[in-house]
Ligand binder design. Sequence first.
Ligand SMILES: *[C@@H]1O[C@H](CO)[C@@H](O)[C@H](O)[C@H]1NC(C)=O
Ligand SMILES: *[C@@H]1O[C@H](CO)[C@@H](O)[C@H](O)[C@H]1NC(C)=O
Ligand SMILES: *[C@@H]1O[C@H](CO)[C@@H](O)[C@H](O)[C@H]1NC(C)=O
Ligand SMILES: *[C@@H]1O[C@H](CO)[C@@H](O)[C@H](O)[C@H]1NC(C)=O
Length: 888
Amino acid sequence: MAVRPVCVTIAVLLLQLTAYANAIDPHLEILPSGELQTKPIGSSILLTCKPKVDNPMLVDDMQWLDPQNRVIESLKLVVLPLESPYTRGHSKPAMYTELHQDRSLSLFFNSLQEEQAGKYTCKGSYARNEQLNKSVIIDTIIAITWENAPPNQYPILGEDFAIQCHVRARPSPSVDWLYNGELIKTNERYIINTYALKIKNVQESDDGIYTCRASVQTTGELQERPIRVEVHIRPSIEEISSPVDIIEGENANIECKATGKPPPTFTWIKSLTQQNLSIADRFGVDPITGVLTITNVNREDAGEYQCTATNAAGTTTANIQVNVIVKPKIMEFVNKTVVEGSNTEIMCKAFGRPPPEIAFRKFTSDSVYVLGVQRQDDRIIMTNKAEDVSGETVGTLSINNALTSDDGLYECVAKNRGGVAYKNGHVTVEFPPTFRSMSNKTFLSWEQRPVNLTCIAESIPNATIRWTWRGDQRVDDQVSFQVLGNGPISILEVRPVDHRFYTTYKCIAANPHGTREILIDLKEGTKPSEILKANMVELTATTIRFDIIPPTEQEPPVTTISVQYKMNDQTWYNAKNRTWSVGSVYVLEGLVPQTPYEFRFAAMNDVGLGTWGANLYQMTPGKTVPTQPQILTTAGSEYEQSAFSNQYELSWKAPFDNGEPIDEYLIKYCQIKRVTGAWEVLDNTCETIRSPIRTRQYLKGLRSDSFYSVELSAHNIMGYSKPGYAKFRTNRGTDASVLQHQGPLLTSGAVIGIVVAMLFIIFIIIDAIFCCMRKTGIIYIICERSRRKPVDEEDTKLGSLYGWRFPLPYCDQKMANVAGVTAIPDSGSGKNTIRLVRHTAIDEKEPLKEEKKITPIIDSGLRRETSITFDGKRSISKTGFVGKDSAV
Ligand SMILES: *[C@@H]1O[C@H](CO)[C@@H](O)[C@H](O)[C@H]1NC(C)=O
Ligand SMILES: *[C@@H]1O[C@H](CO)[C@@H](O)[C@H](O)[C@H]1NC(C)=O
Ligand SMILES: *[C@@H]1O[C@H](CO)[C@@H](O)[C@H](O)[C@H]1NC(C)=O
Ligand SMILES: *[C@@H]1O[C@H](CO)[C@@H](O)[C@H](O)[C@H]1NC(C)=O
C-alpha cells in the first residue's frame, strides 16, 4: 500500500500552494479589464482601480494620473473657478475620482473628449513600502457625426453645386451617395468629394432626395442622412414693353413679372431718387404680384423706375421708363367774326402730353377737316403745330374768301393717347343785306283794300330798312301808309285810295357792310276776263262734260269756274248754276233728257266773278240705255291678275244712266285660251250673273291659273248698254278648299265665347230645375218679385224694350204651356216673311201670341225694305234709295 501515502502528499501540496497564492503578491486591478479601452467620444466612462491585497486597510495614497501624469482630483477636492471650461453647462468636471471604502478609486469621465485620450495610471502604496501601479490606455473613437450636412440644400439652376455632407468619425469613415435610392458614381456630372457631392450645371431634374451614407469599416457603423435637394432658379424679369404710358389724374398699375424658384418677391424704387416705393405716398407695391400702383398719377411721376425681384437664388432688376400722359385740354378757341369775302383764321390751342392732335369739325357736318387744303373746298386750309417741349399744339383753320355758308358753330377736337377734349366756337360771317329769301315782289290790291308789302333783308348784323315810293319820296302819308318794323323785316301797309298807289315801292336795307335796295310792285287786281273757250265733249241724256279753257294771266289767279244753264224758254234770272274748282272734271249732272239748254260760263278770282260768256246751246238726247260701263283695269296690261286662284273681284265705274236709273248689271264671263295669238272662248265655260246696282262683284268658282274674259252691261228700263270688256287671269297654286282650311276654323276668342255661353245655359237650366223642384234659386226670386208687381206695367216695359216679354216659362209651376218659339213660313203674304210665333205662359188664361215678321232684303230694283212687325206695331227700316215707286 504505497499509493495511498503519495495521494495524500499531493493533496497537501495543493492545499499549501493554494494558501500561498492567497497570501501574496499585492497588485492593482483596473475594471473594466483590458489594457486598452476604446470608447466613443461623448460617452460617460467609469474606470475603477481596485487594490488586490490581503489587507486593503494597508493600502494608501490611491491616485489616478492623467496622460500628463497630473493627479486627477477627487470630486470633493475640485475647486471650480468661475467660468472654468468644466463648468460650462455642467455641474460636474470633465473627469474626477471617487474613493470607495474598499480603497478602490474610481475615475469618472463625464463626457469623453477626444483630447482626453491617452494613458491613465492608477497608483497606490501597500503597507507603506510597496508601490503599486497599473495603467490603462483610453483610446477615443468618434462615432459617425454629421458635421455639416444640412437636410435641405438648394442649388441654383445652371450652376455647379456641392451638396454638403461633412461627416466626422474615427476611424475615418467612407462616404458614398445615393440618389433616389441608387448609388451615385462619379461621372461627368457628379464628382464625389470628401465632404460633398458636386453636381455640375445643375438642372431642375436634379431635385430629389440624396442620401449621404457614411460607414466605418472597423467599427461596422453605418449611418445615412437624407438630404432634400431643391433646385432654385434665379429670378428673371419678363420683358416689359417700355415705355409704359400712364394717365395723369387716374390710377395706374405697372406690372413687373418675374419667374424664379421659389417665387420671387418684388420691390420698386424710382431710379432718380432711389426712393423705396413700398413706403412712399400714393404708391403701393404688391410684393407678391410685383404690381406697382400709383394713385392719382401726377406729372412728376414720369421717369425711370426699377423693379427688383428677389428670391433665395438671387436678385434681378429691370428698369422701366414711365411716361405720364396728360389728357388734352383746350386752352383757347374763341368766337370769330369775319366779313363775307375776307380771310380769317380760327385758332384752337390745346395742351397735353404728348401734345394733342387738333381737328376741326363744323357742326352741320359729320366729317372733320383734313390737314392741309380741303379737297372739296380749297378755300379752307387746316394746319397743326405741335411742340413737344411745352406740350402745346396750335391748330389753325384758315378760311379764305369767307362765304355766308361758313357761318356756324365749329368744334375743336384735341386728341392724344390719354383722351379727347372738345370745345365749340362760333364763326360769324357778316355780310351786307340780301333779299334772297323774298319770294314775293309783286303784291295785289283792289277796291282800296289795305295790303302788306313785306320786305325781308337778310344780313349780319341785322339791317335797317326804310321805304320810298314815286322817285325816292318818303312814305310819310299817315293815312295811306303804315310802316311796321324797320329791319330785318319791314312791312309797309298800303291803303291804295287811288290809282297813284298802284306803283313801284323801294325797300332800302342797310348794315355796316353795305346798302341794298329792292323794288316791290303794287298792282291792282281785277276780276277775270271772259272764259276763252268752252266745248261740250261728252253728252248723255242727263249729263254733259265740258272742256273749258279759263282766261290766263289773271291777277289774282282764277280759282273757280261757274256754269249757268237754263232751258231755252227760261230767262237767265231763273237759271241754275254749278261751280267747279279750276282744273277739275267739268261735268254737269241732273239735266232733263231731250231738252234744249243754253249754257254760259264765267271765271272767278279773289276780286270777283268775271263776265259770263262762251255761250253754248245743246239739246240733251232722249232717254236711252246706259252708257258703256268701264271695267277698272290696270292700264297697259293685256289682262288683270287675280289675287285668288278661284275668284276675281270685278269692279267698274258706274256709267251714266241716260235718263233712266240703272237697275242691274249683267256680267258674263267665259274661260278663254290663247290660240295662235288670238283668244278663243272655251266651250261650256260661260257663266252669267246679274249683279245689283253696285260697282263691285266677286266672280266665284273659277279655275286656277286660267284666263277669263268678262263682259259687263248696265241695264235700265230702256235696255242693256254696250258691254265693257276685260280679261283676267286667276292665280295659280292653292285650291279653294285648301285655302279655306288654312288656319283654325274658330278664333280663340270665339271658342271662349262659346264656352261661356254654354256655361250660362247650363246654369239657367239648373236654376230652372231648382225653381220648379225646390222653389229656390235666382229665377224663383225674380219670379216672386215680378209676381208682386202689376203684370201690365211690366209687360209694356219689357214689350217696349224687347218687343215681347222676357220669357220666363219655367216659373209657371203648372207648366201649363210649353214655352217656345215657332218659325212659321208666311206663305200668304207672298213675301219671304218668317213669322216668329211664341207662346208664353205668363197669362195663363189668354196666352199671348206674338208675331215677329221679318222681311228680308227684297231686291226690287231700286228699293230695299226691311220691315219688322211686333204686335201690330210696325217699325220700318229702309235701306238704299227709293228711286221708283212702282218697284214695290
Ligand atoms: C361764342 O359764341 C357762342 C354762341 O354763338 C356763345 O355761347 C359763347 O359764349 C361765345 N364764346 C365767347 C368766348 O364769346
Ligand atoms: C299787315 O301786317 C300787320 C302786322 O303783321 C297786321 O296787323 C295787319 O293786319 C296786316 N294787314 C293786312 C292787310 O294783312
Ligand atoms: C336780328 O333779327 C332777328 C329777327 O328779327 C332777331 O331775332 C335778332 O335778335 C336780331 N339780332 C340782333 C343782333 O338784333
Ligand atoms: C247759283 O245759284 C244759287 C242759288 O241757286 C245762287 O245763290 C248763287 O248766287 C248762284 N251762283 C252764281 C255764280 O250764279
